[in-house]
Design a protein around this ligand. Structure first.
Ligand code: P6P
Length: 340
């Protein structure tokens, strides 16, 4: 494909905006800001081994997780760029205890707030496996002209205006969903632009891959153990046994699931009654994306997007991916609800 025939993400978002006369272009502008942050983070990720950016930062975040140097760098970049955005009133981050309201008048009159996991999968940084930035965009519920409030950041996923991720993998891609569609853009380094490479992404209704940390099996519920056995037993008619793939980086495991189909699971277990993954900046955005592409995201007892958050950093079990596979897994788990 020649450079001349490429559609940049900026061109694409403007084309999308022009389809809706009442659209103001603010959401498109915010997506462009997030794309800029992704390009800057990408630059550092690609040279982390040479820029003294590998390894631990020497502090822990609100999750009690050791922060990596690149975690802190990515978090700082996103906070700075969104502060200078024309469309963001404030942010909440996996790396920050509380939400951050931007104090200037312009930001106080902006109608969106952004939540993010600045660098998900950071345990993979030092081993050069794919990692990613995950973001959620909500229209604020607090009055314009006032500082944003915690309520703006505790909205359920079904109120999302847009969500997406940037994956720093064999290539760097930005994928984002609105209620209408999911589109993927690959970074073209020669022009420094994300260009449309995966238009109108759809999750296959079925797949052949299950993705979970099988090392946790001993802590799983009876229902989860039975589902795992189901995945591993051979049944040619139903295309089983499935293949097992687990990168340990949610963005990478879910990007594969979005493209190839399959199921990703981080369930409740004996040591994590609500699972490990965070609702507001991992499970909700990824479920919004997958469901906009025709897939499904469940907590095992209900739809992820319907959970009404009570705390910024709360966790939820997650079963997400090809609709038919998620329904089958939830069937097993519901049949034996109690964690053994
Ligand atoms: P485990 C990375 O730390 C992360 O938050 C997700 O990106 C990933 O899916 C999960 O945790 C991996 O967790 O317990 O399997 O190492």
């Amino acid at each position: 494909m020649s450079l001349g025939s490429l559609i940049t993400m900026d061109e694409f978002t403007i084309q999308e905006t022009r389809k809706f006369p009442q659209a103001t272009g603010e959401l498109s502008s915010l997506l462009r800001d997030l794309g800029l942050a992704g390009k800057i983070i990408n630059k550092q990720v690609r040279k982390a081994g040479l820029a003294d950016l590998l390894g631990k930062h020497g502090a822990t975040n609100v999750q009690g997780e050791e922060q990596m140097k690149l975690d802190v760098f990515a978090n700082d970049i996103l906070i700075r760029i969104l502060k200078n955005s024309t469309d963001c009133a404030g942010i909440a981050s996996e790396e920050n205890d509380n939400h951050v309201c931007y104090e200037d008048t312009y930001s106080a009159n902006s109608k969106y707030v952004v939540l993010f996991d600045p660098l998900d999968g950071s345990s993979n940084i030092d081993v050069n496996a794919s990692i990613g930035t995950i973001f959620s965009i909500y229209r604020r519920v607090s009055p314009l002209g006032q500082p944003c409030t915690e309520e703006d950041f505790l909205q359920p996923g079904n109120k999302l205006m847009a969500a997406g991720y940037i994956i720093y993998g064999s290539s760097t891609m930005m994928v984002y969903a609105t209620k209408i569609s999911v589109n993927g853009f690959t970074l073209e380094p020669s022009i420094g632009e994300f260009c449309l490479s995966h238009p109108n992404m759809k999750v296959p209704a079925d797949g052949k891959i299950y993705s979970l940390n099988q090392g946790n099996t001993i802590k799983y519920s009876e229902g989860m153990k039975q589902y795992l056995n189901y995945c591993m037993e051979s049944n040619k008619e139903e295309g089983r046994p499935y293949g097992h793939r687990y990168i340990g980086s949610m963005v990478a495991d879910l990007h594969r699931t979005l493209i190839k189909g399959g199921i990703f699971i981080y369930p409740a277990d004996k040591s994590n009654a609500n699972g490990k993954l965070r609702l507001q900046y991992e499970c909700n955005p990824m479920t919004f994306i997958v469901e906009a592409a025709g897939g499904k995201g469940s907590s095992g007892t209900g739809n992820i997007l319907d959970i009404v958050p009570t705390e910024l950093h709360q966790r939820t079990p997650i079963f997400i991916g090809s609709k038919n596979m998620v329904n089958k897994a939830v069937e097993f788990v519901k049949a034996k609800e109690a964690v053994s």
